[in-house]
Design a protein around this ligand. Structure first.
Ligand SMILES: Nc1ncnc2c1ncn2[C@@H]1O[C@H](COP(=O)(O)OP(=O)(O)OP(=O)(O)O)[C@@H](O)[C@H]1O
Ligand SMILES: CC(=O)N[C@H]1[C@@H]2OC[C@@H](O2)[C@@H](O)[C@@H]1O[C@H](C)C(=O)O
Length: 397
């Protein structure tokens, strides 16, 4: 509709935009909502985060998603129902947040909605030559736009695949725009359900910017803690601290082909789930291992595979600083193991002005800002970072 296109054009030309970034990740803990004020674009981006909250999902909501989440066989109707349902629930959550913050929806320029990933199948994982890399996020943007009356960008990952990526990690773009620093090699490490990192070279050569998933962050620890300790996660690594790392189990867990594939690569809970751990336990004939030892070993698996990934792309002589974000940054055992193994300072991204729990939601706001007000960016020919805009536009009427 012409009036919305004109409005969008006006938003593109503004000095700064108020964008609500939304992220609901693989941990299914809740919806991260970050209200951002973003000036300029690309490497000139100036971000002010005005507000942030994680709105926890109810058990019922989470259970509805779990019925299909990362499963190869599902009730197709459930998938169909969830697509508008998640969109409209996310829309409601935004309206509630704005109300609490005393902000009228008319004061917001854009919503940037990641949606809920329900299945991720990169070609290296599905192995079927006929089909491309593939990923599916639901919670349709039209429902958010109509419910809130705010122009909404969503479904960011398909363009990445169309342009030769695996649909993830997308954090790399915002990481580069917001956190590149001349003179300091930076590793931005996000430990959510799945862990990933961005390398930002201190010489600011965009062709050297690099990103990849590394494997499990918290997803396996969560799955085991849920099943055997009836808690959503191992708070502050307290269960793991009571156990001992079991070397044969650690070895069996590392045998999975994903860890042998070259970087960059991506993955998800389709692979890294409870059954994966059970299979390794059976294989290593360790069925009497204590549950604390298992969680200690899973924590070490995350730390080891993260540090192996970082070491494999950094030259031995390079010095760098790690800036951690995501829920795993709250786990002292993970943080300590990473710092010791890398022999590099491991700080929190909060030191760079963005709270670690808010970072991914902020980065989707930055991606929306780029799509509407940015210029083409270039990251060289390296796999995984095509120079494209992302996000589909939903108009409110
Ligand atoms: N205090 C804490 N101690 C240990 N772990 C924690 C703590 N707080 C959060 N976590 C972990 O962080 C997880 C949530 O992290 P986060 O919200 O970054 O993941 P996500 O965004 O859903 O995942 P992804 O980035 O893979 O999409 C929790 O499930 C839990 O495992
Ligand atoms: C398909 C998908 O949703 N992947 C997520 C997931 O969670 C972490 C890791 O795996 C990362 O690749 C990605 O999310 C972040 C936000 C990204 O794209 O950078």
């Amino acid at each position: 509709m012409k009036k919305h296109i004109e409005k969008l054009y006006g938003i593109a030309g503004k000095k700064s935009r108020r964008i609500v970034g939304l992220m609901s990740g693989t941990s299914l803990d809740g919806l991260d909502v970050a209200l951002c004020n973003i000036e300029n674009s690309g490497t000139d981006t100036i971000l002010k985060m005005e507000n942030f909250v994680t709105v926890p999902y109810s058990d019922d909501f989470r259970n509805e998603i779990r019925k299909i989440f990362a499963k190869r066989e599902i009730d197709f109707q459930q998938l169909c129902l969830l697509n508008p349902y998640i969109g409209s629930e996310h829309g409601k959550i935004i309206l509630d947040c704005l109300k609490q913050w005393n902000i009228a929806p008319e004061e917001i320029d854009l919503i940037a909605s990641h949606g809920q990933t329900v299945f991720h199948a990169p070609k290296k994982q599905h192995g079927q030559s006929l089909f491309p890399d593939s990923t599916l996020q639901i919670g349709d943007g039209d429902h958010i736009a109509v419910k809130t009356g705010i122009i909404t960008l969503s479904d960011f990952r398909q363009k990445h695949i169309a342009a030769g990526g695996e649909g993830a990690p997308l954090a790399v773009y915002g990481d580069h725009f917001l956190f590149s620093k001349k003179g300091e090699n930076r590793i931005l490490l996000n430990m959510g359900g799945i862990a990933n990192f961005t390398f930002l070279p201190g010489n600011q050569d965009t062709a050297a910017v690099f990103t990849s998933d590394t494997g499990p962050g918290n997803t396996l620890i969560d799955a085991y803690t849920r099943r055997f300790f009836h808690k959503p996660f191992d708070e502050n690594g307290e269960i793991a601290a009571k156990g001992k790392v079991n070397a044969p189990l650690l070895e069996a867990l590392k045998l999975f082909p994903f860890f042998k594939q070259p970087f960059p690569k991506t993955t998800g809970p389709e692979i890294f789930n409870f059954d994966y751990v059970e299979a390794a336990i059976q294989k290593a004939k360790l069925t009497s291992l204590s549950r604390q030892d298992i969680i200690a070993t899973l924590t070490r698996l995350s730390a080891d595979t993260i540090t192996d990934a970082i070491k494999s792309v950094m030259s031995q002589n390079d010095s760098y600083t790690v800036y951690a974000s995501g829920g795993g940054a709250h786990n002292p055992l993970l943080m300590q193991a990473i710092q010791e193994e890398l022999n590099a300072p491991a700080k929190l991204i909060d030191e760079l002005g963005v709270p670690g729990d808010a970072k991914e939601a902020v980065l989707f706001a930055v991606l929306a800002n780029e799509a509407i007000a940015g210029d083409q960016s270039h990251f060289g020919e390296k796999e995984g970072v095509p120079g494209i805009s992302m996000g589909k536009i939903s108009l409110p009427a």
